[in-house]
Design a protein around this ligand. Structure first.
Ligand code: SAM
Length: 368
């Protein structure tokens, strides 16, 4: 998952009723049954993907890697007609050639399947299985990807504006804030609307994966019936009895068009009001509310001047609005110096793709 979101994903896993065993190296590990795989894929909001761990062992020679891989029960998951590929990574390990590790693992799995399926011939015309061999400090972990495309691909974002956030990160920002469905929420520079759409889906208890498919949907080891049941349960869980107060603005007309389309696609089109507006004309008369926003950030001198204008305007708007909490994701490390109301109550390092960003959190007074 995105570096910095481990605690959020851990909470999500616990909320689904699982006991978290370990949080390491961007992974949250827990035990679940094959029947739980659909639920976990449908519901996790901030995780990148769900991998099924087949085994973990020490491997400093190719022979060890081969033999240990062969002892794992691949036939419990991979079908005789299964199409499988092996991806890999290696860090601080004796077995440094990822290519070689991938091909050893592939050979070992084929060997295992030959014996288990009593055949030498695999058509590879059936469901897809992506195995990953990940070696860290000589410990190899073998997993199969149950998600397919990354979980950020919810299926609702047909159009994007400039520098869109990954949906998983946007959901993380909302979950790291103190926003809840009873409170007013604004993203004054909403781009394609991702933060607000994720917020509305959280409020409505909408499973983020409801509008997409997953690799493990075709796996006989789970079965279509289990998937159908999990999808039905997710549909039944949607709350329809809410009136949300969520607003999104952007200076760019195309972004507003994109936001509206995306929100419609996500099924939250009626929950968010989008309007084309320059943040410099933002007028707020409510005493309490929450801003969650991903500020633009550029490296050219002209961008700095433009940013300065933005900072002056938000200072003016929020200086006296003590009841407003602000959550700002930006790559500009100088932001706390420019925003005058207070020093951030919290700040958290995150990654927006490869860019290191900071999530500055300013808590407002609680509504009376
Ligand atoms: C980093 S993008 C936001 C991306 C968004 N979080 C998403 O997921 O699509 C910043 C946005 O700020 C908008 N913007 C820039 N200057 C603005 C201004 N003066 N008023 C309102 N929006 C502005 C840009 O049009 C852009 O869409």
């Amino acid at each position: 998952m995105t570096f910095g979101l481990e605690a959020v994903v851990k909470r999500e896993v616990q909320a689904l009723g699982f006991e978290v065993e370990r949080v390491v190296n961007g992974k949250v590990e827990f035990t679940a049954t094959p029947q739980d795989i659909p639920t976990v894929n449908l519901w996790l909001r901030s995780a990148d993907r769900v991998r099924l761990k087949l085994g973990e062992f020490s491997a400093v020679t190719f022979n060890e890697l081969f033999e240990e891989t062969k002892t794992l029960p691949w036939e419990d998951w991979i079908t005789e007609d299964g199409k499988f590929t092996v991806t890999g990574k290696s860090l601080k390990s004796t077995l440094g050639s990822v290519r070689a590790c991938q091909s050893i693992v592939k050979k070992a799995v084929v060997e295992r399947l030959k014996t288990a399926c009593h055949t030498d011939w695999f058509t590879e015309s059936g469901p897809e299985f992506t195995i990953q061999v990940s070696i860290l400090k000589d410990i190899a972990t073998l997993t199969i990807d149950t998600s397919g495309s990354g979980l950020h691909k919810r299926g609702y974002r047909a159009l994007t504006g400039e520098a869109p956030l990954k949906e998983t990160l946007a959901a993380g920002l909302v979950q790291l804030s103190y926003w809840n469905k009873g409170r007013l929420l604004i993203d004054p520079m909403c781009g394609s609307g991702t933060i607000l759409i994720e917020a509305a889906m959280i409020a409505r208890n909408m499973a983020p994966g409801l509008h997409r498919s997953f690799a493990s949907e075709k796996w006989p080891a789970i079965g279509k019936r289990v998937w159908r049941r999990a999808r039905r349960a997710a549909r039944d869980a949607i709350r329809t009895d809410l009136n949300l107060q969520i607003y999104g603005y952007d200076i760019d007309e195309q972004s507003i068009i994109a936001s509206k389309t995306n929100a419609e696609n996500a099924g939250v089109g009626d929950d968010i009001i989008f309007q084309q507006k320059d943040i410099r004309n933002l007028w707020i008369d409510q005493q309490y509310g929450i801003i969650i926003s991903n500020f633009p950030y550029g490296l050219k001198m002209s961008d700095f001047q433009e940013l300065n204008q933005l900072y002056i305007s938000i200072n003016k708007t929020f200086k006296k609005k003590k009841g407003w909490s602000l959550y700002v994701l930006t790559a500009d490390k100088m932001f706390p110096k420019y925003f005058k109301r207070a020093w951030p109550d919290r700040s958290r390092k995150l990654y927006n793709g490869a860019i290191e960003v900071e999530y500055y959190q300013y808590y407002g007074e609680r509504p009376r």
